[in-house]
Design a protein around this ligand. Structure first.
Ligand code: ASN
Length: 331
């Protein structure tokens, strides 16, 4: 093989590695990495491939510390001189969390691409091979350099910091609802339509697993907050209402958490838009800001949770955590 590119593919599992088990009539991890690669026709004309088998598990089985192990593997591999880019295959259910974690803690100009599939290999129209081909075209492209971690599915290229899984079934489930995709893969070429203005780097390889997430609903009180506080959680994310407001009966729990040096980070349960201190009533954004609630911008709860877990891996100082979480959010 006389190819100047060498791409490492780190396999972790997910539907891209699954088949229907005839006994239970449901999809389970079954394909080897070699079987997956053999379905990508002409792959050898594009790049030399190095296979790294991390696991073959569904992504709901992936824990934050496993995400950190995957990040360490990517970091070590991408630093090698012979490697052009790294691809991580992953189940789509938690793909956005792993991709965002990689994006926050790995500093490199080389492409890192996370990819999965929505249809398993027993289904008509398995999308694993086309997604992996598009991921490969991205990983070897000089245009994909310095873009942070990218998620490539259904020929769309999205930034790990912006993308989220939006549909339980569609092949084009990965979307960046706030800003749209960065580009596309067309005829084996990556084309970017826009760039990112800023990219955040958190210099840690420690992740604090005990960070809770609460979705706000009318009538919710402080009991779930109390549970997290009493169970030794180190941080709490609240998916608040609208612009960033809470029912008043949550306020005592919020105060208790902050008094115990447990950071409370708020984002909105709305799919798009950032939170702000626009409302002055009890439990409104202004009141919460005065109590010390940290504002998490426009990220979905599951992603700001990753950022808070990493911030807590770095420091327990509330002001430093606030600075990390709110970096680039306010002018
Ligand atoms: N499409 C998928 O990969 C979904 C699967 N349940 C997983 O996340 O492992």
């Amino acid at each position: 093989m006389s190819n100047k590119n060498k791409v490492a593919i780190i396999f972790t599992g997910g539907t891209i590695s699954m088949k229907i088990d005839p006994r239970i009539h449901a999809a389970i991890p079954a394909l080897t990495s070699e079987e997956i690669i053999s379905m990508v026709t002409n792959i050898e004309n594009f790049s030399e491939i190095e296979v790294i088998n991390y696991a073959n598990i569904p992504s709901p089985h992936i824990t934050p510390s496993m995400m950190m192990e995957i990040a360490n593997l990517v970091k070590k591999t991408i630093a090698r001189e012979d490697i052009t880019g790294v691809i991580v295959t992953h189940g789509t259910d938690t793909l956005e969390e792993t991709a965002y974690l990689l994006d926050l803690i790995i500093k490199t100009d080389k492409p890192i691409v996370v990819v999965g599939a929505m249809r398993n290999s027993s289904e008509l129209g398995y999308d694993g091979s086309s997604n992996l081909s598009a991921a490969l075209c991205t990983a070897i492209s000089s245009r994909a350099k310095n873009k942070g971690v990218l998620v490539v599915m259904n020929n769309e290229v999205n930034a790990a910091s912006e993308v989220t899984k939006t549909n339980t079934l569609s092949l084009d489930t990965f979307k960046s609802p706030e800003f749209g995709s960065l580009g596309i893969v067309d005829n084996d070429e990556v084309i970017f339509y826009r760039d990112m203005i800023s990219h955040q780097f958190i210099d840690t390889n420690i992740i604090e697993e005990k960070v809770g997430l609460i979705k706000c609903v009318p009538g919710i009180e402080s009991d779930i907050l109390d549970f997290y506080i009493d169970s030794g959680y180190k941080g709490i994310v609240i998916e608040a209402l609208g612009r960033g407001n809470l029912p008043p009966k949550m306020v005592p729990g919020v105060k208790r958490a902050i008094n115990k040096n447990i950071p409370v980070v708020m984002i909105s349960r709305c799919p798009t838009g950032r939170v702000l201190d626009s409302y002055g009533y009890e439990g409104g954004g202004k009141h919460l800001r005065e109590l010390g609630v940290i504002f998490g911008g426009n990220l979905p709860g599951q992603k700001i949770r990753i950022k808070l877990m990493l911030a807590l891996g770095l420091t327990n100082n509330m002001n430093e955590i606030k600075e990390i979480i709110e970096q680039n959010l306010f002018i």
